[in-house]
Design a protein. Structure first.
Length: 611
């Protein structure tokens, strides 16, 4: 291994350390006794294969619909059938796309979702107390801020943002986008995103996706690199030992993640099978599709769900979501047909079908510029002529209709939302508040989608935090947070727009109050600012503007500073007050009242001497 220290514990899957380092340690040949078929794995294998077949049947209608979506929007993100050793994957796959407006709109939608919800260039998550009425103290807030920064660092050092950029494209296209979060030896975490056609989903009683099956092609070297030669079946080990071209031979690997329920031990009369110990909520199994081996490639357990499945919208207990591309599919098909017809129209305009007298048969003829066709035009007859002439003016309504259909496609994919400033028409906003309100009005359409996506992102981030905790990458939680439930909230484009509206309102209010305060002072009337709690307004404004909490003093620190400032003021005023007291005493001692001094009258001392 390299200089890094392995964190894999006994019993954990080998793939946590998969990579070139692990592959370089695999033996090529060794003597190994034949393995006996474990009857438990035989039962588990049958159960997994049966569940995979059932999920395939339930997915069939979605799978066939996805083919149409991929054909007209993004063919490269769809696998029709997972077949090993298929050498034609590089064939042209987008011949159905003549007008790329739909594909470009899809890319804009995906980029807008990615930059609006998970943009690494700005803060997009916030850790806070799940109980709003419980205020976190300074020590607790410092731990939350530190944990948040460490989380950002782990996400940035992995493939998290790269995978999510593609996941949002799948989400907008197919309406569903599951991804798996694994602990990784090199990058702490690593995400894996199956494409449509590879995965199968199932839902639980809470109508959340709690089951993920998938099948994918891996070569012999990839299987050995991921699971280790010792865990591979004989079919793979023999090819690994042969080397050479055998290393690139593919197998279909099946993968199941599901709740850790028991499996019936059929035909043995013994107790039910627990694939992994009951302490794990989820189990995971890798095996070769359709090949009954002596043991699986890998078995692991998870205390939390190791995958997230984002959906655009959900109906009943469907495991798969609906997408905006489903809305735009009809328009996209129409615009492809009209674009073909427009090209045909132009082709007929510049290269029309020609008619000729029979005498020109077997004679040279051409409509290429500069060529000559010799014909007999006696008696005023035409010897070579267009069969029909296309009127260029007839092309105008077709072009207008294509623009109209393309506009509908872009609207269905929310291009007007994500390109609001670029495509703004009519009267331009006159101030920041009006611009914010316009943006917020557009973003209302994405509200339900954002809520669904953030729910799945929260599962993913909790999984990442759990991995960081296991690897001791987080500071110990302070005592003040031990009994306070925490949550991850999001600073999405929707919430930013809402908070921006609040921030603009606060700024307008304070600008107005400043003018009113000046007018009150000029008129000599009480200052209306006395009704405004400036400290609370500062805290609220900092919150809606997402100002880092560590640059603001806490209430306790402000109280201490006020007390120190008051003491310093009193010390500075003490000499002046003492001098004023001496001067007042002198004045009273020199003032005569009824044969005595005023000081004597005040103190009761004869002759004015103080008692």
């Amino acid at each position: 291994m390299n200089a890094m220290v392995s964190v894999k514990q006994a019993g954990e899957p080998v793939y946590l350390e998969m990579g070139a380092d692990l592959l370089s340690q695999q033996p090529v040949s060794y003597n190994r006794p034949p393995e006996l078929d474990d009857f438990k794995w035989g039962c588990v294998f049958d159960a997994l294969e049966a569940r995979l077949g059932s999920l395939r049947n339930w997915r069939y209608s979605w799978w066939s619909y996805w083919s149409s979506l991929a054909q007209f929007f993004l063919p490269r993100r769809y696998t029709w059938i997972v077949v090993p050793n298929k050498m034609t994957r590089g064939n042209p796959i987008n011949d159905a796309i003549i007008d790329a407006t739909g594909t470009l709109a899809l890319e804009t939608c995906a980029a807008g979702m990615w930059s609006g919800l998970t943009n690494p260039a700005r803060p997009w998550i916030k850790m806070e107390s799940a109980l709003p009425w419980l205020k976190v103290d300074a020590e607790g807030q410092e731990w939350l801020d530190d944990t948040q920064e460490r989380l950002y660092s782990v996400l940035a050092g992995s493939n998290f943002y790269t995978i999510l950029a593609q996941a949002f494209q799948d989400l907008a296209l197919f309406g569903t986008s599951p991804f798996i979060i694994y602990e990784d030896f090199e990058d702490v975490i690593r995400l894996y995103l199956p494409c449509a056609g590879e995965y199968y989903l199932g839902t639980g009683s809470r109508l959340a996706r709690d089951t993920l099956y998938r099948e994918f092609n891996y070569t012999v070297s990839q299987i050995v690199e991921m699971f280790g030669a010792a865990n591979c079946p004989d079919q793979v080990r023999k090819l690994w030992m042969m080397g050479g071209a055998s290393l690139d031979q593919e197998f279909v690997v099946c993968h199941a993640i599901e709740p850790n329920f028991a499996i019936a031990n059929r035909g043995t009369g013994k107790s039910d099978i627990k694939v992994v110990p009951a302490i794990f909520t989820y189990r995971e199994v890798y095996w070769l599709k359709g090949i009954r081996t002596a043991k699986p490639l890998s078995i692991a357990g998870f205390r939390g769900k190791p995958f997230s499945a984002m959906i655009w919208s959900q109906v009943s207990n469907d495991a798969y979501g609906r997408s905006p591309c489903m809305t735009a599919l009809g328009d996209n098909k129409q615009v492809q047909l009209e674009t073909r017809r427009k090209a045909e129209f132009i082709e007929k305009l510049v290269r029309p079908p020609m008619g000729a007298n029979p005498e020109l048969k077997n004679e040279p003829s051409s409509i290429i510029p500069g060529n000559i066709t010799y014909t007999n035009t006696e008696n005023g007859k035409k010897g070579f002529w267009p069969l029909f002439e296309v009127q260029p003016a007839a092309l105008t309504p077709m072009i207008a209709d294509i623009k109209e259909v393309n506009a509908r496609i872009e609207k269905a994919l929310f291009v007007d939302v994500f390109m609001a400033i670029t495509q703004m028409e009519g009267v331009q906003p006159r101030n920041e508040l009006e611009l914010t309100k316009r943006d917020l009005e557009r973003l209302q359409k994405l509200g339900p989608v954002i809520e669904l996506v953030e729910a799945e992102l929260r599962i993913a981030l909790e999984r990442v935090l759990d991995i960081m905790q296991r690897r001791k990458l987080l500071k110990p939680k302070p005592a003040s947070l031990q009994k306070i439930p925490l949550k991850i909230s999001f600073l999405s484009i929707m919430r930013i727009a809402q908070k921006s509206s609040t921030a603009v309102s606060i700024k307008d209010f304070m600008a107005t109050m400043g003018g009113v305060s000046s007018a009150a002072k000029a008129a000599g009337v009480p200052d209306p600012l006395r009704k405004v709690n400036l400290d609370k307004m500062t805290d609220h404004f900092a919150e809606v503007m997402n100002v880092p909490q560590d640059i603001l003093y806490t209430d306790q620190e402000v109280k201490q500073h006020d007390q120190i400032r008051q003491e310093e003021t009193q010390k500075a005023q003490a000499p002046a007050q003492a001098m004023a007291a001496v001067q007042a005493a002198k004045t009273l001692s020199e003032t005569q009242t009824g044969g005595n001094t005023a000081l004597a009258a005040l103190t009761g001392a004869p002759g004015g001497a103080p008692q």
